[in-house]
Ligand binder design. Sequence first.
Ligand code: GLU
Length: 472
Amino acid sequence: MSVARINTGVITRFAPSPTGFVHLGNIRTALFNVLLAHKQGGDFLLRIEDTDAERSKNEFTAALMQDMRWLGLNWEQGPDDDTGKPGAYHQSQRQHLYQVHYDSMQESGKVYPCFCSAQRLAVLRKIQLSAGQPPRYDGMCAHLSKDEVEKKLAEGQKSTLRFRVPSATEVTFTDLVRGEQRFASDDIGDFIIRRGDGTPAFFFTNAIDDALMGVTHVLRGDDHLTNTPRQLMLLQALSMREPEYGHISLIVGNDGAPLSKRNGSMGIRDMREAGYLPEAIVNYLSRLGHYYADNSFMSVDGLAAQFDTSHLGKAPAHFDLIQLQHWQKEALNAADDDTVWQWLGEAVHKNVPVDKKDLFLKVIKPNINNPDQGLDWAKVFFGDELTIEDDAQQAIDEAGKEFFGIAARVFAEEADFKTAIKTIGKQTGKKGKQLFWPVRAALTGKVHGPEMSDLSLLLGVEKIVERCKRAG
Ligand code: GLU
């Protein structure tokens, strides 16, 4: 899976939890990491964060891998079993590595077992919140003696493992998107790095794996911004490498609320099903929250070459279906005939005669945005039934019976479409829109569409005459 380029040591990553199908929001995070890695001549890494055994599913990992491959977001490092079966890049298979660090931190006293019940913690939280304080652990178990700990363990009490947050220090870092960040350690409170059931906490595995995998840059959603000081403290405590972090703004719908199904978010699978082309999605998403001076349609490599973290916006990025449609048009224009033909699918293939395929593609490509529209045009040209849209019917009615009587006769006698139209114009006294609209409406059932002379070649004289007669 390696690409012929010199690795500069830069490694970015996408670290999804496979608990559902990927949607536009997560895929944009993956994309920005791909673009950053490739811009810098580095590797993009895919890591599956499946520590939540109940909610993580291999089928979601498999689907994620397929979706990313379909979009052209390939990883230089990461799983290569397309069935989603866990391997070295799945956190569920890395417990032994986490254990090493739990042990070393326990030995050095940087962590301690906490026996506080969920109930006690809930009450503590309530009290702090009602006093207007940020909720944080009060350190109840931070100073238990060795004997006390052993006694509780012997009694069979369950414990979590807490990281001892250094007091009265400041965690600072320069965010690639948001600049200088400062967090007071005293606001944070000792936090859990291993749960009562022995499963590792997100803060821990995520930070450890970034270090172990040599990740140099992390672009992720700004919902993770407040996790970063915790993760940096852990890495500092373990003397492990700290990546640079950049927290990207969330995507919001046109109602200003976080992007969800209700306001326009779509799963990548659903988009594929609906006929979106991968290049359209990639071109759109790379500009959603990242500014490109160049508005031309580009490949992933082209987009990477112009990617710049200083062009990532701090404000929420607004999802805009019209923009997505614009890139869909661009992607279709850029696609070759074979790709468009495959994309149109079985139903269209069945409706288009082989000898008309090339012309059909040329004619409809600029006029459609999805395969359903392609099928609609295939039926217009090659089907027997014609559905007349309302505005087309109006144009037909306005032209009147006599107009179509003349049109049918002229088309039957004159093979050259342009000459025929001229003759119809002369004989009916109509010109411009009054001449073209009714003809177009009668022939296609629509008032907009491809060039008239192209239409005529696809329809053939018989259908043209018949449809004029039917309109009259
Ligand atoms: N598994 C985490 C998530 O899906 C990863 C967060 C991160 O990118 O660090 O939210």
